[in-house]
Write a protein that binds this ligand. Structure first.
Ligand code: NAI
Ligand code: MG
Length: 353
């Protein structure tokens, strides 16, 4: 039995996390997962009160089975350092190399591209390398004639991390019906990182003859996601491109309100990862009851899947499908329901199973 660390965070984070905890209580009742929860206080409020204290990230990895994260980001901390320290810290210090961002269209009603060919078949996963690229914090400014004249943000790509992301993507492609994997990069303009990703992709492809591979430059991939989204199965990309493409892809299925994510170390069998919605703290709607809790509930569901709690995972997935087919939805999906009403609906659907 393990304990889940729950970090509600800022803005709508605590609002959507409250619904996840309700859902977990119902899942616990129905399936007896044995997973306890413990809320950790890290948020903008906490940082403003305590200052820039270090957080013992490795201890989180040792103490808990997984982290459920709401969102972090607050206008009072404009450089976002608390979010970088917690989210970046978890991803980098716990070596959560793989970030899965599944996008599945559950009902056509929520797709803004209803007219696009085969859009109803959209079922793709973005596998994003989660620890490197321009997010490593290597860089600086060169102060020439004027302050901040030159700014550098260095993208770091190691064979170790590239291989981990690629292997996870190949394994995932192998486990899905279409067995298809697309590498997205910008190797035509990135003569250092490009060949590393390309050569490792080709090398690993030799071990996965059952996976059909192709490649797109990121600009073309951004276009293809709108023009012919059903062509994609698993998409693998470095940190920055994966970040951007997964937000874009989420729109196909209804937007950030239904976009979940899982970040994990594929080799760690005791810490299952960090599970959080793709969206941020949405300060524009915080406190209004308009936040869609489904993305966080779906992230919780990814955690159940990763922990091997398949029956519980399937029950939550069915409940999400059922709610999305109905019309009690939050405003981002065209409804008028409140965050807690959608959470209650999910709970009832699970309990009725
Ligand atoms: P955001 O994802 O918070 O919001 C973008 C837009 O989507 C807003 O209009 C918001 O109202 C809407 N939205 C987001 N989640 C929603 C939900 N569950 N239901 C309904 N509507 C939703 O991104 P933004 O505005 O760029 O960033 C706000 C803050 O969040 C910033 O401080 C940013 O740094 C932080 N952030 C944190 C992330 C994290 O915790 N992993 C990820 C992305 C941003
Ligand atoms: Mg993002």
């Amino acid at each position: 039995m393990s304990t889940l660390a729950v970090i509600p965070g800022d803005g709508i984070g605590p609002e959507v996390m409250a619904e996840v905890l309700k859902v977990h209580a119902v899942v616990e009742d129905a399936f007896g997962t044995g997973l306890k929860t413990e809320v950790l206080p890290y948020s903008a409020d906490w940082f403003l009160e305590h200052g820039d204290v270090e957080i013992d990230i490795p201890a989180i990895g040792r103490t808990y089975g997984a982290v459920l994260l709401g969102a972090l980001g607050d206008p009072r901390i404009p450089d976002n350092r608390h979010a970088i320290r917690i989210i970046g810290g978890l991803r980098q210090q716990l070596e959560l190399s793989v970030n899965l961002r599944p996008v599945r269209l559950r009902t056509l009603a929520h797709c803004p591209l209803k007219h696009v060919r085969d859009v109803g078949d959209v079922d793709l996963v973005v596998v994003r390398e989660n620890t490197e690229d321009v997010y490593v914090g290597v860089g600086g400014t060169v102060r020439g004639g004027r302050p901040g004249h030159v700014a550098m943000e260095v993208g770091v790509h190691t064979r170790w991390a590239v291989d981990r992301a690629l292997e996870a993507a190949f394994e995932l492609a192998r486990s899905r019906p279409r067995h298809r994997l697309t590498l997205v990069d910008k190797s035509n303009a990135m003569p250092s990182a490009g060949p590393l990703w390309q050569s490792r992709f080709r090398a690993l492809a030799a071990s996965y003859p059952d996976v059909a591979c192709d490649h797109l430059y990121v600009d073309a991939a951004a276009m293809e996601l709108i023009r012919n989204p059903a062509r994609f199965d698993v998409v693998v990309a470095s940190n920055l491109f994966g970040d951007i493409l997964s937000d874009e892809a989420s729109m196909l299925a209804g937007g950030l309100g239904v976009a979940p994510s899982a970040s994990y170390d594929p080799e760690d069998t005791s810490f299952f990862g960090v599970f959080e919605a793709v969206h941020g703290s949405a300060p524009d709607i915080a406190g209004t009851g308009r936040a869609n809790p489904l993305a966080s509930v779906m992230s919780y569901s990814l955690m159940l899947d990763r922990m091997g709690l398949r029956a519980a995972h399937r029950a939550v997935e069915r409940a999400v499908d059922e709610v999305l087919r109905g019309d009690l939805l939050t405003p981002d999906l065209g409804g008028t329901a409140r965050t807690d009403e959608v959470g209650d609906l999910i709970c009832r659907a699970i309990a009725r199973r």
